[in-house]
Design a protein around this ligand. Structure first.
Ligand SMILES: [Mg+2]
Length: 280
């Protein structure tokens, strides 16, 4: 769809009049002027364009790195405090998510944008099997610090069985501690992580959790049909202490809030996003 503002319309009309009486050069200029908005819109077409800025922000901004460091600096402080205060006789551990919490998949997102798609499962498997995801800033240092205090790490991720071997290889290659069969909990029959968290809680004292998605901490935020913002407010004391949140501008359960009225294809999702956009 081409949207032309009132000022643009008047400008175009002025040049149309002018061209009626003028020379060929001016006519060519007017044609260029008339076609330029069409070209601009044509280049922007496609829902995949929506998160280009989000991916670029993760890949290039200093703020992304700073926020990741900030999160893990808080994690370190909280861990030290919890080691003093929260002992229950069980061995200590932290629970971390993988994608966008300790490893960066923005190159996969970049690949999907360049290929004009939003998410193709086969592309995801191809990406994970390349074992080239890099660390999220601060993550490795924090988990090594935890290991130095005999705090184990459990990796609770919704990567599935098909990605398991490559994921383990990737985490080992980057030097993350406790990467073994017992500590890597990939997706089972459900993407709901509560069951896996409960299993860990049976045997371990969980000092804190790290994630880029609120469902990495608890089901109350997105999975129980409650008001997300109200739940975040109700749990505000836990953020930066027990729940360490990493920035992920690219994807997450928050998107479910935009599409919860039904199942949509990419084109419909793009329309939903525009419809949901708050303006004034
Ligand atoms: Mg994640």
């Amino acid at each position: 769809m081409i949207v032309i503002s009132g000022l643009q319309f008047k400008t175009i009309m002025f040049f149309i009049f002018a061209s009626y009486y003028s020379n060929m050069k001016l006519k060519l200029f007017i044609i260029a002027l008339l076609t330029s908005p069409i070209m601009a819109v044509a280049q922007k077409a496609g829902p995949e364009r929506d998160w280009t800025n989000a991916v670029l922000w993760q890949q290039y901004s200093g703020e992304y790195r700073a926020l990741a460091f900030q999160a893990y600096n808080f994690a370190k402080l909280s861990l030290k405090e919890a080691l003093w205060e929260n002992q229950n006789g069980k061995p200590n551990c932290v629970i971390v998510d993988a994608d966008e919490t300790i490893i960066d998949n923005s190159r996969f997102q970049g690949y999907e944008i360049k290929n004009g798609v939003s998410y193709v499962p086969a592309h995801w498997t191809a990406w994970t099997s390349k074992v080239m995801a890099d660390t999220v800033p601060g993550a490795l240092s924090f988990l090594k610090f935890a290991a130095s205090k005999n705090v184990e790490t459990f990796y609770v991720t919704n990567r599935d069985a098909a990605d398991r071997a490559a994921t383990m290889e990737n985490l080992k290659k980057l030097g993350f501690p406790y990467v073994d069969e017992a500590h890597l909990l990939t997706k089972t029959t459900t993407s709901d992580k509560q069951e896996r968290r409960n299993k860990i809680l049976e045997k371990y004292n969980v000092l804190l959790l790290c994630g880029d998605n609120l469902s990495d901490f608890s089901n109350v935020f997105y999975r129980e049909g409650k008001d997300t913002k109200q739940q975040v407010d109700a749990h505000q004391q836990l953020f930066g202490t027990k729940f360490i949140v990493l920035p992920n501008p690219m994807y997450g359960d928050w998107e479910k809030l935009l599409y919860k009225e039904g199942k949509f294809n990419e084109e419909e999702k793009a329309k939903q996003r525009l419809d949901k956009l708050k303006s004034y």
